[in-house]
Design a protein around this ligand. Structure first.
Ligand code: ADP
Length: 288
């Protein structure tokens, strides 16, 4: 039964999907997890949010479109090649997620030069030539940055919304701002901003250090009138579980960190199903 999946907002209409591109039959929502630049923890966040959706009873796919540095194979310890049935590739499975990564298809360590159109066609193939089956949500780990390739993707894929990941320091936030602007240009609603590596809590003495400053993303979100989804600390366990092939939400589902990802996922899902995603382009109303 699918009854519980719509809770708490019932059978509300799905938000507007303004981008006109490739959708996937059977997939209710495709969301992008994006960042203005690399290294801010976008893939880690995408994987843990996907796992948190799963823990909340949703049917979830994770598509690693980060062609410049696919990390999903490492995050989930998956290194086999997907099976091919007819024209379709079967996604791999781990912790209840259906997973596809460009890293399953390209030998590790191969230097690839991706031009914009190649990124687009790889992405389209991963969307339409993979047997995703019935999914409530497909989380797409986007390539970092806001160049042409990303813009085209945001435009051509039927996205229900985008989650922007940033670290708190100004330079990363300037990039995050560009990310928000890019999605808005192509009319993709911003579901919210996550502040990753928000602070560091010393496991020995409990001292909290704000390595990159703290709260920058929350302030930036307020400025941009975009929802702030939450803070994830810089934590050894988050890095270690990811490197070990079972991200923290799978490995330690009851931990504080897993709960933080759970709260973010719940907010994203309620925005997706309430028909009121974070910040959408204004609607023009003609009064008679
Ligand atoms: P991106 O996708 O933005 O390039 P990754 O998710 O690959 O970034 O993260 C970069 C590195 O930082 C990885 O080694 C990852 O394990 C680590 N990392 C990400 N988020 C955290 C966090 N909250 N705490 C500790 N390490 C983190």
């Amino acid at each position: 039964a699918r009854g519980g999946r719509d809770a708490p907002s019932g059978a509300a209409p799905a938000p507007r999907q303004a981008s006109g591109g490739a959708g996937v039959p059977g997939v209710r929502h495709i969301i992008a997890v994006a960042s203005g630049k690399g290294g801010v923890g976008k893939s880690t966040t995408a994987a843990n949010i996907a796992l948190a959706f799963r823990a909340q009873g949703l049917r979830v796919g994770l598509m690693d479109a980060d062609v410049y540095g696919p990390s999903v194979p490492t995050l989930f310890g998956l290194h086999e090649k997907p099976e091919v049935e007819g024209k379709m590739m079967k996604p791999l499975e781990a912790h209840g997620l259906k997973i596809m990564s460009i890293g399953f298809l390209v030998e590790a360590g191969t230097a690839m030069i991706w031009r914009g159109p190649m990124v687009m066609s790889a992405l389209t193939q991963m969307l339409t030539e993979v047997s995703w089956g019935e999914l409530d949500v497909l989380v797409v780990d986007m390539p970092p940055g806001t160049g042409d390739a990303q813009l085209t993707m945001a435009q051509r894929v039927k996205l229900s919304g985008a989650v922007i990941v940033s670290t708190p320091q100004d330079l990363a936030l300037a990039d995050a701002r560009r990310g928000v602007a890019m999605f808005e240009r192509v009319d993709v609603p911003i579901l919210g901003i996550v502040e990753n590596m928000s602070y560091y809590c010393c496991p020995n003495c409990g001292h909290r250090a704000e390595v990159f400053g703290h709260g920058g993303a929350r302030a930036e979100a307020a400025l941009m009138k975009t929802p702030f989804l939450g803070e994830i600390p810089l934590a050894m366990e988050i890095r270690a579980t990811s490197d070990a092939g079972a991200p923290i939400v799978a490995q330690e589902p009851k931990s504080e960190h897993a709960k933080a990802y759970g709260r973010i996922a719940a907010q994203v899902w309620s925005r997706l199903t309430s028909g009121a995603p974070g910040r959408a382009a204004p609607r023009i109303v003609i009064e008679r």
